[in-house]
Design a protein around this ligand. Structure first.
Ligand code: ATP
Ligand code: FE
Length: 369
């Protein structure tokens, strides 16, 4: 079978054609990152306009690269939840039109489920496994028991780590340096941190009093912003200037983020051990934009090693938003055909801007001690 996947939940317009043997036949992606970095954040109507402008080109390009016609497709998969309402609508309306035009069924896709299952496209990872999604919109730990069966162990109570990276990078004025101009906030911090000492600035431990798997990043971010202010004043840095010891600062901030991620992962692994959830092979899948950070990866893989688990990451280009993961999720869902929506039933599918992943068992962890 052949599935076309379409992704427009946030700021990337993506499309791809994937077959049931996990071959990516054609893909295309238009990223809006540079526009939004320039504007200082995602402005929803602008994101929508860029999706509208690019979606037709992106989908056609993916189909052309795959040398596939609409008639040859088995289904059209599209992200309908969760995400920015205006962005989601562009992809869903486009996919519905394609579906009507071609008579091919639609498969509505949960963006986070797609992120969680992408790894099965490139690697042999069997159910159940633990997934750790660390991105610009989310931070969550979930047990994946099947294509549509997720247990949510923990999630962020405030912002996402990607967001914290982006805001701190902006406060550090990193993009005033030409070499960081086109990078995301997180990538520029990782780059700047390479020459730095991660112990130069202490970052407070987060939520150590709570024995659950939930996250908080606003405290770390706030601490970072205060620290930058203090250092800038101390060193007499000009309004658009950059701290001379920016490398040390970035390394320390990155280490602070890693520590809170590591503690929560440890907690989740202990919980799974206690419950006998991951007996066969212990695999932790790390994905999301922040998963491309090598320092974070290395740290988390050391945590996994302590629990005889192995850390697996999809290739970086599949860790961030793309059409391939949506098409692949469509392929996996197609095998249990109950997710298909026929062309005469398209009105029943709508966007769901807020849609938590799986069954929430975050409280159970607290009680398990
Ligand atoms: P979601 O998928 O949760 O809706 P998103 O699409 O905004 O969120 P992604 O595209 O997965 O998120 O990731 C983007 C985020 O990843 C940005 O916040 C960016 O700063 C961060 N990021 C990218 N590269 C790195 C890196 N090397 N280190 C840390 N963070 C990074
Ligand atoms: Fe995403």
């Amino acid at each position: 079978s052949l599935v076309l996947g379409i992704e427009t939940s946030c700021d990337d317009t993506g499309a791809a054609v994937v077959d049931s043997k996990a071959n990516i036949l054609g893909e295309s992606l238009n990223s809006q990152t540079s526009t939004h970095v320039e504007l200082g954040g995602i402005i929803p109507p602008i994101a929508r306009d860029l999706h509208r402008k690019n979606i037709d080109k992106v989908v056609k390009e993916a189909m052309e690269k795959a040398s596939v016609t609409l008639e040859e497709l088995s289904a059209i998969a599209v992200t309908n939840r969760p995400g920015l309402p205006l962005s989601l609508l562009v992809g869903l309306s486009y996919a519905k039109n394609l579906s009507k035009e071609s008579g091919k069924p639609l498969i509505p896709i949960h963006h986070m489920e797609a992120h969680a299952l992408t790894v099965r496209l490139t690697e042999r990872v069997e159910f159940p496994f633990l997934v750790f999604l660390v991105s610009g919109g989310h931070c969550l730990l979930a047990l994946v028991e099947g294509v549509s069966k997720f247990l949510l162990l923990g999630h962020s109570l405030d912002e996402s780590p990607g967001d914290a990276f982006d805001k701190v990078a902006r406060r550090l004025k990193l993009k005033n340096r030409a070499e960081f101009g086109s990078m995301s906030g997180g990538a520029s911090i990782e780059c700047a941190a390479r020459q730095g000492d991660p112990t130069a600035f202490p970052f407070p431990a987060v939520r150590t009093g709570y024995r659950d798997c939930n996250f908080s990043f606003s405290g770390i971010k706030f601490h970072a912003q205060k620290l930058i202010e203090k250092e800038e004043a101390r060193q007499g840095v000009e309004a658009d200037g950059i701290l001379p010891n920016v490398a040390d600062f970035c390394a320390s901030f990155q280490y602070g983020i890693l520590q809170t991620l590591a503690r929560r992962l440890q907690r989740a692994l202990l919980f799974c051990e206690l419950k006998g959830y991951l007996q066969e092979s212990k695999t932790v899948v790390l994905s999301g934009g922040v998963a491309s950070n090598h320092f974070v990866r290395a740290g988390l893989s050391r945590v996994c090693a302590m629990y005889d688990a192995s850390l697996v990451c999809p290739p970086p280009r599949l860790c961030t938003d793309n059409g391939v993961m949506i098409a692949w999720n469509g392929v996996e869902k197609l095998k249990s055909s109950k997710c298909l929506v026929a062309t005469n039933d398209l009105d029943s599918v709508d966007i769901i801007p807020r849609c938590p992943l799986g069954e929430n068992i975050t409280d159970e962890i607290l009680k398990s001690s």
